[in-house]
Design a protein around this ligand. Structure first.
Ligand code: ZN
Length: 216
């Protein structure tokens, strides 16, 4: 194995104890970690709306999945951490794409049809995301300060797929080991911030409900 092909060890990374909390303005979709926004009287810093109850992100469903993954990680169940972690990241992407479409006026029927037609995560990233945002996922991640995220996420998916489909995986000869699990935990922790940044860029962008999706 060439030096450059070796997996990057996620040494010394200590995963967060639990998922972070953000508050969402139901008016414009803006997400903020500012605890002041939990109070409905605080005006949204993006659209100024107040007096409406703020939703919490991540929702119960994601928070539950996050808790399960962290519990498996503390029990050193590396294989389960990577498989569930990959699923978690794909769920987060689906939620983001759904929110972007919703913000640009697509109703539930259209959104589920689009997501049903593009099931493969690679196509959702490579084709659907740029169609909806007029930007490549990698470029948007880079711009928001998450340059390595797409590449590292791809490695986790490849490791998971190789394990599930029993195909040789050149970068993870040890299978879904402790190091891969730790890298998965690191990505999960980062994914919340990436989701919030992309949400605030492409969902809470002032276009909510105003018309069709912008075309590149
Ligand atoms: Zn707002």
């Amino acid at each position: 194995m060439k030096k450059s092909q070796r997996p990057i060890p996620a040494q010394n990374y200590v995963p967060a104890a639990n998922a972070p909390s953000f508050w969402e303005c139901p008016g414009c979709g803006f997400l903020s970690s500012d605890v002041m926004l939990a109070d409905a009287a605080t005006p949204c810093s993006r659209c100024g709306a107040s007096g409406v109850e703020r939703r919490v992100f991540p929702n119960e469903r994601l928070r539950h999945l996050d808790e399960r993954i962290r519990a498996y990680h503390s029990e050193s169940e590396s294989e389960i951490v990577v498989i569930l972690g990959a699923t978690f990241l794909e769920t987060l992407l689906e939620d983001l794409l759904d929110r972007i479409m919703s913000a640009h006026g697509a109703d539930v029927a259209v959104r589920s049809m689009v997501l049903d037609n593009v099931r493969a995560v690679g196509q959702r990233i490579g084709r659907l995301f740029p169609q909806l945002t007029a930007e490549e996922f990698e470029a948007a991640a880079l711009e928001l300060g998450f340059r390595d995220f797409p590449k590292r996420w791809r490695r986790i998916r490849e490791a998971r797929n190789a394990f599930i489909h029993d195909t040789p995986y050149r970068e993870a000869p040890g299978g879904l080991d402790e190091s891969t699990a730790l890298r998965t935990m690191e990505l999960i922790d980062q994914s919340y911030l990436l989701f919030v940044s992309m949400n605030n860029r492409f969902v809470a962008d002032g276009h909510r409900g105003l018309g069709p999706v912008r075309r590149p």
